[in-house]
Design a protein around this ligand. Structure first.
Ligand SMILES: C[S@@+](CC[C@H](N)C(=O)[O-])C[C@H]1O[C@@H](n2cnc3c(N)ncnc32)[C@H](O)[C@@H]1O
Length: 391
């Protein structure tokens, strides 16, 4: 490991497991390990579904890489867009993608097994329930292609833990490990990640616009605004708002073209700079921080939140939205599998980490925000939302 990493405190409840619960978990572990109980569990209707589900879960963990590669194969052959509203048989598909039918059939049947495709009449293949979003949202396909970098870095997971931040993912994100990247890194790198962010931001933007009412604000400053996708959609959603964008100079150069092409120049102001070295522009009564904090270590997040606090007027609001740990403070959750992805993604990227909503709320409070609360949104898998007020 080339740089020091944050070692956050585990939730208090992890240190503080009640003695009875500790004994119970130990007992449960022995039950799981007993061959007799395993056999019995499969014979009893009340328990057989649990055992079958666990078996499937273990199988899925083991096979996850194959599932990802089936998805990537379909994306690279553009099968989802090809078959949308136009089911085709294997001969037609083989001709279009230039693969031998016997091999292609394995891919198509695997995609059917994963509900990405479906078998239709006369031996044709059409989109399955999970193939439809793949065809509709280019951002998901872009992330599937991008994850190939992460999975290459993680080929040897133990080696990766010793050398994280040195692979192709770290190289992809210039600012994550170089505070001066904006002044000397290849501009193409900024363009590459900004395109990916704009493509993948749609679901996050939807969560924010569906959850937070912007009616009472006059001017919003989006920090880490990227190419301005959120800013543009916010402008359409709340036509009374003025919007300021802050990001690194090479990124805002791209945003500027984007905003001009959408005819939004009069409502948007661009403020190129680095929140590591420059103050933030004042004049906005609300700051949005979308998928930015998780890229940075705690000391940078503290600095950034302090700058946001300083830039806001009294009664100004900070809205922070990003994927957050879904594992609750007591370690129990139904959706925590996504945590594993983000822990490793952010480790490979360079500097930040996945934080719990509670950790981020604490950082916001330390920076001076009050009434810090979490807003319930429909799909926390895309992002969770926190707001705080400067009083
Ligand atoms: C993960 S991207 C998210 C972009 C956008 N908010 C979104 O959700 O798609 C993080 C953004 O923060 C910007 N950023 C990173 N370090 C920065 C810094 N020191 N100063 C200003 N912007 C920075 C990056 O250029 C990038 O646009």
């Amino acid at each position: 490991m080339s740089k020091p990493m944050d070692l956050p405190n585990l939730p208090a409840t992890v240190h503080d497991v009640a003695p009875w619960r500790d004994r119970f978990l130990q007992w449960l572990e022995r039950i799981y390990a007993s061959p007799t109980i395993y056999k019995w569990s499969l014979l009893t209707p009340f328990t057989s579904w649990i055992t079958k589900r666990r078996t499937q879960q273990i199988f899925d963990l083991m096979a996850g890489f194959v599932y990802s590669q089936v998805l990537l194969g379909c994306v690279r052959l553009d099968l989802f867009r090809m078959l949308q509203n136009a089911p085709a048989d294997i001969k037609q598909i083989a001709q279009r993608v230039g693969l031998p039918e016997p091999a292609l059939q394995r891919l198509l049947l695997s995609a059917v097994a994963l509900k990405l495709l479906e078998c239709r009449r006369n031996g044709r293949f059409g989109l399955g329930p999970l193939g439809v979003p793949m065809a509709l949202h280019t951002g998901i396909a872009a992330m599937v292609e991008h994850n190939d970098l992460l999975y290459r870095d993680m080929q040897n997971p133990i080696g990766f833990l010793n050398h994280a931040w040195k692979g192709s993912m770290a190289d992809y994100w210039p600012y994550a490990h170089d505070a001066q990247a904006a002044t000397h890194a290849d501009p193409e790198k900024f363009s590459q990640y900004s395109d990916l962010m704009a493509a993948s931001q749609g679901f996050v933007v939807q969560e924010i616009l569906d959850t937070y009412p912007f009616a009472n604000h006059r001017c919003v400053l989006d920090v880490g605004a990227g190419k301005g996708r959120f800013a543009s959609e916010l402008a359409a959603h709340a036509p009374h708002l003025q919007i300021k964008l802050f990001d690194l100079p090479p990124v805002l150069a791209l945003a500027s073209e984007n905003i001009r092409s959408k005819g939004l120049t009069a409502r948007m102001a661009l403020h190129p700079g680095s929140f590591l070295h420059d103050p933030l522009p004042t004049g906005a009564d609300m700051v949005t921080l979308v998928r930015v904090a998780h890229d940075h270590p705690d000391d940078v997040v503290r600095q950034l939140l302090a700058k946001i606090h300083a830039a806001l007027p009294s009664d100004g609001v900070l809205l922070l939205a990003e994927p957050m740990a879904q594992t609750a403070a007591d370690g129990q959750t139904s959706e925590a599998q996504t945590d594993a992805y983000f822990h490793f993604y952010l480790l490979a990227m360079g500097a930040g980490r996945l934080r719990t909503p509670q950790e981020l709320m604490r950082l916001m409070t330390e920076a001076g925000f009050s009434d810090v609360t979490r807003l319930a949104n429909r799909l926390p898998i895309h992002a969770q939302l926190l707001v705080g007020r400067k009083t």
